[in-house]
Design a protein around this ligand. Structure first.
Ligand code: ZN
Length: 96
């Protein structure tokens, strides 16, 4: 029961082999994977939620917090529904 509030869970989430699977963490991972896969196209929260079988509220929560480190909220057209809305897209990753 540690899926509620987590400050620094980066490593912990990566290292936990499915023990106590918090839906939030799993959803966030799947959402990020989906966003990466579909780049350069982007989907709005609602379309992401539909594609991943979650509720819009769950998706919004998954895209907040830690995910914001790699995501940028930007206003652009959703590739799924065609609306121009504020959605989460990958922020530009600086070259190493
Ligand atoms: Zn959409």
């Amino acid at each position: 029961m540690d899926s509620g509030r987590a400050g620094a869970i980066g490593l912990h989430a990566l290292m936990t082999p499915g023990g106590s699977v918090g839906g939030g963490e799993d959803l966030r991972r799947r959402a990020l994977a989906s966003i990466r896969t579909s780049a350069p196209f982007a989907y709005c929260d609602a379309c992401l939620a539909l594609r991943l079988g979650s509720s819009l509220a769950e998706m919004a929560a998954a895209l907040a917090g830690e995910a914001e480190a790699v995501l940028a909220r930007t206003r652009r057209a959703c590739y799924g529904c065609g609306r121009t809305v504020e959605l989460s897209a990958l922020s530009e990753e600086p070259p190493r």
